[in-house]
Design a protein around this ligand. Structure first.
Ligand SMILES: [Ca+2]
Ligand SMILES: [Ca+2]
Length: 237
């Protein structure tokens, strides 16, 4: 009995820190058709909530049309997953991206993106149009096809999966210019883009979803949320 009791206490001691470090989950399936939790960027062209999806129409790729997660919350490490589809090309270099660690003051951030013939994981100094530390991965982004993307940002490393397959990793350990934290946004430019089933998981992220806010906590259902996130992308996994 004494041993059983000791094991129980030890078990509780080991379990508690795990509970305390559980990350929050922000998720939105866009079925409620509202912007709750999201902030469109000031230069956004057109963002529509349509048939349970977000539809972005952006004709000038130089100024992306995008949405900031959770009221522009600044984050350091996180994992984001989303379903995305490009349906029309409207400029000469269309893209869908997840843009993060954004530091407006120094005009620097980082992103993972879909281009017509490549995936890029890169930092960006947008004032001077430079892409330090860029990792380019051959990939064909087909029109009218859903992709399920996952991006994990941890310290100075960024990994990107598409349809459940690891596509590439950037390791910027030796770079000092990467901001420590910043907003996380999703969107793109030069294209008509559909987005759905967006999930953001991180230590600093509050629980919200699956349709924006007004939800009960989903901490204990973390695994379910992740499964739910891949439902739409599941057709291609
Ligand atoms: Ca939806
Ligand atoms: Ca634009």
């Amino acid at each position: 009995m004494r041993k059983a009791g000791f094991c129980f206490i030890l078990g509780v001691m080991l379990f508690l820190p795990a509970c305390l470090s559980w990350a929050g989950i922000f998720r939105d399936d866009f079925e409620d058709g509202d912007y709750e939790g999201w902030v469109p960027n000031p230069k956004a062209e057109q963002i529509a909530w349509k048939d349970g999806e977000v539809v972005i129409t952006d004709t000038d790729r130089h100024t992306p049309t995008q949405l900031a997660f959770n009221y522009e919350q600044s984050l350091r490490d996180f994992t984001a997953s989303f379903d995305c589809m490009m349906t029309k090309v409207l400029d000469n270099s269309p893209y869908i991206w997840l843009f993060f660690r954004i530091n407006d003051e120094d005009s620097i951030g980082a992103f993972a993106c879909f281009l017509p013939h490549e995936l890029w994981i890169s930092m960006i100094k947008w004032a001077v149009n430079q892409y330090p530390g860029v990792v380019k991965i051959p990939f064909t982004t087909e029109l009218n096809r859903w992709y399920h993307a996952e991006v994990m940002v941890k310290g100075k490393t960024v990994s990107m999966w598409v349809d459940g397959k690891l596509k590439g990793k950037a390791d910027w350990t030796s770079w000092k210019i990467l901001p420590e934290s910043g907003e996380v946004v999703i969107g793109g430019g030069g294209a008509e883009i559909h987005l759905d089933n967006v999930v953001l998981i991180g230590e600093e992220v509050p629980d919200a979803g699956p349709s924006g806010f007004n939800s009960t906590a989903v901490r204990a259902k973390g695994k379910l949320a992740v499964c739910w996130a891949s439902l739409k992308g599941g057709q291609d996994i």
